[in-house]
Design a protein around this ligand. Structure first.
Ligand SMILES: Cc1cc2nc3c(=O)[nH]c(=O)nc-3n(C[C@H](O)[C@H](O)[C@H](O)COP(=O)(O)OP(=O)(O)OC[C@H]3O[C@@H](n4cnc5c(N)ncnc54)[C@H](O)[C@@H]3O)c2cc1C
Length: 413
């Protein structure tokens, strides 16, 4: 009998397993993949918050980091300096984290497909492609299409949500124009009418010698044609040619952008993508997965040693900075994509760029507080002005939460 069975050896599952095994618990970590981290479903953009959250040494990070990223660009027009951006090799990251769990004493078994669960009074049974395993506690860290979440949702009567679909190519630049994009060390982001009719968000993230170029879309109709269209748009933006990119990998996957209503139960927890904890605006899910893993491991430790309830995980998460940032992103995402689909954001970015407007300075000015309250009252009273209502809601959220948001913006990617 194991103390804890963890389904999924992604960042969430491996870090939770590492922490619990290090405390001396008997931990079983299962993954269906024969090679962990492969294929990757990630644009590999992160913030340096990961340094505090993953049990990795400076030497490990040296092998994993691909590039320091110093700027975020919107439409290649507005640029913000950042100090905490990196791109990584997700394959090396996932493998190294799983090895850390193994070194700490967890039993890692892969490839093992978990097929179902039987919940008994004192323990549960995992039905897998390699037989049955018993455990006192279950941690579901099995990603966006989590069988654990679906099983618990059915058992406890709540809803799971459809993820955003994301497509990406990892490419090698073959011309100077693309090499300039690589070496600019910028997280390029694009929204607006040209990206899945406004229902999507697109990125260009530079690694050491290659670039991840992709799109994520809130509607179900994202196809390879949308990605090709974006590649064409990029090439026009950067005066480059699509044929000067050598495609090394095609990656596709889902990103859950709505936290589940419940993710802590009597003897089970859901963490990372399985709990729907990726950021609803950016799709960044690695930092949330790492925070969840650390938080869940300490909740499980208390449960096993002092008999405290696992359900405290939900309260802890909701009152944490991650809970705040995720719920803020969820509130902002609807008005944001509403405006993007009307082309408003394209125009706003151009106007801001032309005027040299300092967004951060404005958000911290007294004017912004009065303006955001004023437009909220005015536009909410006139629901027919839905674009203005969206704009006022975004402005109101930005001004109201500016301090806590700016302190924690690095939890969003
Ligand atoms: C195209 C794309 C680009 C992205 N870009 C970024 C980015 O740049 N930055 C960022 O922070 N996030 C990004 N994300 C999101 C990020 O990849 C995820 O949020 C992150 O991987 C979540 O980690 P996790 O450990 O919760 O789940 P995962 O990493 O998905 O791990 C789940 C593991 O569970 C295993 N598993 C699933 N079902 C079973 C089963 N039944 N039995 C056994 N094993 C099972 C899987 O094999 C997998 O290894 C992107 C996602 C996509 C799709």
């Amino acid at each position: 009998m194991f103390d804890v069975a963890v389904v999924g050896a992604g960042p969430a599952g491996s870090v939770a397993s590492h922490n619990l095994a290090k405390q001396g618990f008997k931990v079983l970590l299962l993954d269906r993949k024969s090679e962990l981290g492969v294929p990757k479903q990630c644009a590999e953009g992160l913030s340096k918050r990961a340094f505090e959250l993953a049990p990795l040494s400076v030497k490990d990070w040296k092998r994993i980091i691909e590039r320091e990223v110093t700027t975020v660009g919107l439409h290649n027009k507005l640029f913000l300096k950042i100090s905490k951006g990196i791109t990584i090799s997700r394959k090396r990251f996932d493998k190294t984290l799983a090895l850390k769990a193994l070194d700490a004493g967890a039993v890692l078994k892969n490839p093992v497909l978990v097929k179902g669960f039987e919940f008994k009074k004192e323990f549960l049974v995992l039905k897998t492609s390699k037989g049955l395993f018993k455990s006192k506690v279950l941690i579901g860290a099995d990603g966006f299409d989590s069988l654990t979440a679906k099983t618990l949702a059915l058992k406890h009567g709540f809803q799971t949500f459809k993820p955003v679909i994301a497509l990406q190519v990892e490419v090698k630049p073959l011309s100077n124009a693309w090499l300039n994009v690589l070496n600019a060390s910028t997280f390029h982001t694009f929204t607006g009418l040209n990206i899945c009719n406004g229902k999507g968000y697109a990125w260009i993230f530079p690694k050491r010698e290659t670039i991840n170029i992709g799109i994520g879309c809130v509607s179900k109709t994202v196809t390879r044609t949308c990605l090709q269209r974006f590649l064409k748009l990029c090439s026009e933006t950067f005066n480059a040619k699509v044929k000067d990119l050598k495609v090394l990998e095609f990656n596709a996957g889902g990103i859950p952008v709505k936290p589940l209503k419940r993710f802590a139960f009597e003897n089970a927890l859901l963490i990372g993508d399985a709990a729907g904890h990726a950021n609803p605006l950016t799709g960044g899910g690695v930092i949330p997965a790492l925070i969840d893993a650390n938080m869940a491991a300490s909740v499980v430790e208390k449960h096993l040693t002092q008999g405290t309830s696992l359900t405290m995980f939900e309260n802890l998460w909701r009152s944490s900075d991650l809970g705040f940032i995720t719920m803020l992103g969820e509130k902002a995402s609807k008005p944001f994509f509403n405006l993007a689909s009307k082309g408003f954001l394209d125009r706003a970015v151009q106007a801001l760029q032309r005027s040299g407007f300092d967004v951060k300075k404005f958000l911290f000015s007294k004017k912004s507080v009065f303006l955001s309250r004023g437009v909220k009252v005015f536009f909410n009273a006139k629901p027919c002005f839905s674009d203005f209502a969206s704009f006022s809601k975004l402005l109101f959220l930005a001004v109201k939460h500016r301090e806590r948001f700016l302190k924690n913006y690095d939890l969003t990617f």
